[in-house]
Design a binder for this molecule. Structure first.
Ligand SMILES: [Zn+2]
Length: 64
């Protein structure tokens, strides 16, 4: 296999670093691509994406 220099992505379910070309499954959520090491991970994410997405809070901005 050739070593592509694509940035590795993090499987949001198990936290594993995964290369997009090696990913078993991929989902697009709110315009962002997520890559998964297994179907079990992608299914878990699809069921409850909010559980796995870390919301990046911007400094100094509070929505509540
Ligand atoms: Zn995984």
């Amino acid at each position: 296999m050739r070593a592509h220099c694509k940035r590795s992505q993090r499987d949001p379910v198990c936290g594993m670093e995964i290369s997009p070309i090696a990913a078993v499954d991929q989902l697009i959520h709110e315009g962002k691509a997520y890559y998964f090491c297994s179907n079990a991970c992608s299914e878990a994410f699809e069921a409850e994406p909010a559980k796995y997405i870390r919301v990046h809070r911007q400094h100094g901005i509070r929505s509540e």
